[in-house]
Design a protein around this ligand. Structure first.
Ligand code: HEC
Length: 591
């Protein structure tokens, strides 16, 4: 037996130079992102500064997890200071957010516990039990180790024939090698047994028996969640207008879905509900990803539903507006990155007006990424900088691709337009390879009689020009708060930061001292900043204090960062920063 093995070792030694590349390759995994039980966003690639990311798989019903808590803590305190990041991940099919929160409350995991409700991350990492530990290299996206917490090295890898060293484990050996910078010496993904609680993967099993059908299961999800932008003449870089097209893009689609980059403007689904946040349900994610994993097959149906979707028409949905603001034609070049384009257009009204509804009609949907419109004093020609101009200004509406319907302000409310006003529009264009001219229009519909309530937007800002973000920091936190003296009905929220914006959360402290979350935008993206509209408006009693809390990422791991080496100051240009939370509301007592 012994001789036999020595022969093998000799043979391997001779072949090593030829074998090493394939032999040493650890399993690779795709990038992924999940929210944790407190609503924070975690993306593997953004942990590029960590030497390794250790995931601890947990489930609320798994006693094994609870028994090991002290060891998890020991593991973490031992390795965290050496540049290793620890995260929990709950992939149990039956676990819901409140169970995960309760588990943490009762046992204090001391870790962010990521919610893998669709189980897709567990599937991609090969996790099969709660209690399992996975060690990932975040830049190369490799699995270095998958197994239990305390594994006797002899048992785990008998072929190594090394003597058991008391107090060491395969896991600790892996981490030690990572910290010592000896990654290249790790020969492939190390796997070890796990004492844990078996997870079940009902959706994976179902989809393995029967791959999701393109025409009846996949296409309807794409039509609902993606096609409004991914359509001929739309803003997105390709149209999902046939099976062929979707199949060709499917690897890329998998990546953007797994990192929550698409659909854009997703918010934390556990806090309130917003009419224009693009939620993805776990079963929708499973259907899309399992279908893509199976090769994105066409299925048997004769009809391809995506060939039958018509591009949106530019129509005034509420009939001809009372007044149409014509934005002067803007030439969008074929290529390049454009900064915001601000235009001010004076309104000729002879008297004060109240606007009841508005609609933006984009001139060229391929280039108009989004816009924001405001009522400002006539001839106002600067970008609005909060707190620096005391004349009347009011947020009117925004436009974002795929959501360009007319907007009517809440019942009995309207936006006030004093005589001598102008509309200021801030437009953001993207290029698509051909020069074009965009001529966007804004339709205003007036209230027939003076509304009882003035619809208004409060901008809660922190500093402005005195904001300073050091270079390279990945979590530069800020907060601001404001007390509404009157009772208000809250309808819309919009976080606003620039390229370094990372996340922002709005909450309220009621006069009785209780606190409630309003919205959480966990992965802020400068390119997508809609006013999120509450499905159920919130009534805030007089004396409620609203808070915005958020952070900037001025590190290289923020891919939108124009210069991670710069100290960033507050200011109106997009390479400067801002920290503003917008609250759209009306008072509930007549004015
Ligand atoms: C609100 C408009 C909108 C919606 C809805 C939308 N996309 Fe996109 N998509 C875009 C735009 C714009 C881009 C261009 C790049 C960017 O902004 O990230 C894009 C880019 C992409 C890319 C290419 C990424 C790259 O780096 O080249 C893929 C793949 C994609 N989207 C998939 C999807 C999928 C899948 C859905 C639905 C689940 C979806 N998108 C929904 C607007 C949208």
């Amino acid at each position: 037996m012994k001789e036999y093995r020595i022969n093998w070792v000799l043979l391997l030694g001779l072949l090593a130079p030829f074998l090493s590349q394939s032999a040493a390759a650890s399993e690779r995994v795709g990038n992924f992102a999940l929210l944790d039980h407190k609503g924070a966003y975690h993306q593997l690639r953004k942990y590029g500064d960590s030497k390794a990311v250790v995931l601890i798989s947990a489930a609320s019903s798994c006693v094994e997890n609870i028994d090991q808590l002290a060891k998890y803590r020991l593991l973490r305190t031992t390795w965290e200071q050496q540049g290793i990041t620890f995260l929990g991940i709950d992939s149990a099919a039956e676990d819901e957010l409140h169970q995960v929160r309760l588990m943490d409350e009762l046992y204090n995991f001391d870790l962010p516990i990521m919610l893998d409700s669709s189980q897709l991350v567990a599937e991609s990492l090969g996790i099969s039990k709660a209690g399992e530990i996975v060690v990932l290299e975040p830049n190369r996206q490799q699995v270095l180790y998958r197994g239990g917490l305390d594994i006797d090295p002899v048992r785990a890898r008998p072929e190594l024939d090394i003597e058991a060293r008391p107090g060491t484990t395969m896991l600790a050996d892996t981490l030690a090698a990572v910290v010592a910078g000896e990654l290249d010496n790790l020969d492939g993904t190390i796997t070890a047994d796990v004492q844990g609680c078996q997870l079940t993967f009902p959706a994976r099993e179902q989809h393995a028996r029967q791959v999701p059908d393109y025409a009846t299961e996949v296409a309807p999800i794409l039509a609902e969640k993606c096609v409004s932008c991914h359509i001929e003449g739309g803003i997105a870089p390709f149209a999902m207008d046939s099976h062929m097209m979707v199949q060709g893009w499917s690897p890329m689609m998998k990546e953007v879905i797994m990192t929550k980059r698409m659909p854009p403007a997703q918010v934390d689904p556990s806090i309130n509900h917003f009419t224009n946040a693009r939620y993805m349900e776990p079963n929708q994610l499973q259907t899309l990803i399992h279908w893509i994993n199976a090769g994105a097959p066409r299925g048997v149906s004769e009809v391809d539903p995506l060939t039958r979707v018509n591009p949106p028409e530019s129509v005034w949905q509420l009939g001809e507006p009372d007044y149409i603001v014509e934005v002067p034609g803007f030439t969008v070049p074929a290529t390049g990155v454009l900064d915001y384009e601000n235009v001010t257009i004076n309104l000729p009204f002879a008297q004060d007006q109240w606007v009841k509804s508005v609609q933006h009609l984009p001139g060229d949907r391929r280039v108009l990424h989004h816009l924001l419109s405001f009522i400002v004093p006539a001839d106002y020609d600067e970008e609005i900088i909060e707190g620096e101009n005391d004349s009347y200004r009011e947020f009117l509406e925004g436009y974002a691709p795929g959501k360009d319907e007319a907007v009517t302000y809440p019942e009995q409310s309207g936006v006030f337009v004093p005589k001598g006003s102008a509309v200021q529009i801030s437009l953001h264009y993207t290029t698509f390879g051909k020069e074009t001219v965009d001529s966007t229009r804004l339709g205003l519909y007036f209230a027939r009689e003076e509304p009882k309530f003035q619809y208004s937007t409060y901008s809660l800002s922190h500093g402005g020009r005195n904001l300073v973000i050091p270079p390279g920091t990945s979590e530069h936190r800020m907060s601001a708060s404001h007390v509404f003296e009157d009772e208000i009905m809250l309808h819309g929220l919009r976080p606003h930061m620039h390229y370094r914006g990372k996340h922002m959360r709005f909450s309220v402290i009621y006069p009785n001292g209780t606190r409630a979350d309003i919205i959480n935008v966990p992965d802020y993206n400068f390119a997508w900043q809609p006013t999120y509209r509450l499905t159920e408006p919130m009534l805030l009693p007089a004396g409620s204090r609203v808070m915005v809390e958020g952070a900037f990422d001025n590190s290289q791991y923020n891919l939108g960062n124009p210069d991670p080496d710069a100290t960033v100051h507050g200011g109106a240009q997009s390479w400067d920063e801002m920290f503003i939370g917008y609250f759209s509301y009306h008072k509930t007592a007549a004015q």
